[in-house]
Design a binder for this molecule. Structure first.
Ligand code: GLN
Length: 536
């Protein structure tokens, strides 16, 4: 039978609950346990797929094609768990399922209420995830902050879980803020007390508190928190700001959080000191020998979360290459009017990420042209590949005005919809989503980089390369190095005679890990670094 850990957050949002959950997953996994991590999101959208990145940040795509919360990205990067559509629940999904059961008459005349019908549906989904994943430990992160109206049904379901499953099988962890007040030169525990108080009103008494703090907590502060919040002193865990998120599992490990959890569950597990993680990830990320600057030319660069997995993939490639990857974020819309040579001064590589809609497209195309002509290493992801195709059509194939039919009616629709997509009406969940196999062509950059001939990568897009233009492109030096065989769709393009120009229709960033950087990012940074050092 699985054991369950519920992680709630208090005081303010953005305390790093996702990282804390992922780190707990890591320290438990290192003890030989199989873990799975879930995110419960209190919004009414069925999934984040239809949300603007400014509202939500990145949409993380699972192997089975679910569009999910970006915290699932942290879960997959920190642990070996592979998430699926069962790992992310939203209020929208829960109400959807309850209402459709009601319409079918499944409730046999009952009045449908939040308790028990909504809470039952939540609990069923959590148990389903446990069953599908066969995990020893199911870590359930509840989105939002305690006290929000929206998250109440999830918290109520979490409360009932201990009653249903037994005390020893459920553990509650509350993440809170202990702010440092400069004028008083003191850290303050009152917000934590209030937050735990609110949680107790709901009926949840936390077993562990993780205190986010700028300053270390003294023993007396820990004692105070322990007393006022009714949590054992050793279970008051401090979580200071760290240079790298990958240090957090070590911070928890040092305070024996894994032991605290295991002893609650009465589990005896093999010992682990996270030595490999410390050596291969943390040490390397903290002391790189080299530095390289990469430009990310996108539409949502003001928001750190919009391209989360891409930035992380760069960190991983940096870890591998012993290099600090500095990111210069360039707004693609402003770039349209700027002098590109000046903006790209000191840049060793250019990445164009995915996206939707016409705004900022011409800036991306301008950056790609610059990378192609000046032999600057380039990686295009999804929309980034589609822009590379448009750029090449216009400027190398003499197809003036070439475009994607997503943006404009054009004589040269080099990117267009497949027939099956033309018929689609709903926006939500209808793109090409999730993992698809891709066959690589022999003796290409892609096959060298991957070191294999068959790969599997995750997709999230509607438009495709228009095969009508394959011949024209090939004549001008484009290599179609990756194909989805079943439908003969172009998944990877590269350029002959360029040190590193590769663009992919999928999202490799979702599969990069700190101790296993994605090959496309690894090689991108390696080539960029060599060029920066004048070695190419
Ligand atoms: N807007 C493009 C499409 O739907 C690209 C999507 C993306 O970059 N994720 O095909």
């Amino acid at each position: 039978m699985s054991k369950y850990i519920f992680i709630t957050g208090g005081v303010i949002s953005s305390l790093g609950k996702g990282i804390a959950s992922a780190s707990i997953g890591k320290i438990l996994e290192s003890r030989g346990l199989k873990v799975t991590l879930m995110k419960l999101d209190p919004y009414i959208n069925v999934d984040p797929g239809t949300m603007n990145p400014y509202q939500h940040g990145e949409v993380y795509v699972t192997e089975d094609g679910a569009e999910t919360d970006l915290d699932l990205g942290h879960y997959e990067r920190f642990t070996n768990t592979l998430s699926s559509k069962f790992n992310n629940i939203t209020t929208g999904q829960i109400y959807n399922s309850v209402i459709s059961k009601e319409r079918k008459g499944d409730y046999l005349g009952k009045t449908i209420q939040v308790i028990p019908h909504i809470t039952d549906a939540i609990k069923e989904r959590i148990k389903k995830c446990a069953q599908v994943s066969k995990a020893d430990i199911v870590i359930v992160e509840i989105g939002g902050t305690v006290g929000d109206i929206e998250s109440l049904p999830f918290l109520e379901a979490a409360r009932q879980f201990r009653l249903d499953m037994g005390y020893d099988n459920v553990l509650y962890i509350h993440l809170t803020l202990v702010p440092y007040i400069k004028a008083a030169e003191e850290v303050k525990t009152k917000p934590t007390q209030h937050s735990v108080g609110t949680l107790r009103e709901i009926g949840i008494i936390p077993d562990v508190l993780i205190c986010r703090t700028e300053k270390p907590l003294s023993e007396s502060v820990k004692e105070k928190i322990s007393l006022f919040c009714n949590v054992k002193k050793e279970a008051v865990i401090e979580s200071p700001d760290m240079e790298s998120i990958y240090q957090v599992p070590l911070v928890f490990k040092k305070q024996i959080l894994d032991e605290i959890i295991l002893s609650h569950f009465k589990l005896i597990c093999k010992f682990s000191d996270l030595k490999e993680w410390d050596r291969d990830v943390v040490n390397r990320v903290l002391s790189p020998k080299n530095k390289v600057t990469i430009a990310v030319v996108g539409k949502y660069i003001e928001l750190q979360d919009a391209y989360k997995s891409i930035y992380e993939a760069f960190t991983h490639a940096g870890i591998y290459n012993d290099t600090k990857v500095e990111i210069k974020k360039i707004d693609s819309e402003s770039l349209e009017k700027l002098e590109i040579g000046k903006i790209m001064h000191g840049i060793s590589g250019i990445l164009v990420p995915g996206g939707f809609g016409y705004r900022g497209i011409e800036g991306k195309i301008k950056a790609i042209k610059f990378a192609r002509l000046n032999k600057v290493p380039f990686l295009g992801l999804c929309l980034g590949m589609q822009c590379a195709v448009i750029e090449f059509a216009r400027n190398a194939c003499n197809l003036g005005g070439a475009n994607s039919t997503e943006f404009k009616k054009t004589k040269y629709p080099v990117i267009s919809l497949l027939e099956e997509q033309e018929r689609v009406k709903d926006l939500g969940g209808t793109m090409r989503l999730g993992a698809y196999p891709c066959k690589l062509k022999k003796n290409t950059l892609a096959s060298k980089v991957y070191g294999r001939m068959l790969i599997q990568e995750r997709h999230r897009h509607r438009y495709e390369f228009n095969n009508k233009y394959r011949k024209v492109f090939e004549k001008k030096g484009v290599v179609f190095s990756g194909i989805y065989p079943k439908k003969d769709l172009v998944e990877i393009i590269e350029l002959k005679g360029h040190p590193y120009f590769i663009a992919v229709q999928f999202h490799p960033e979702f599969k990069s890990k700190p101790d296993k950087a994605h090959p496309l990012f690894k090689e991108f940074i390696r080539v960029a670094l060599r060029q920066a050092q004048g070695l190419s």
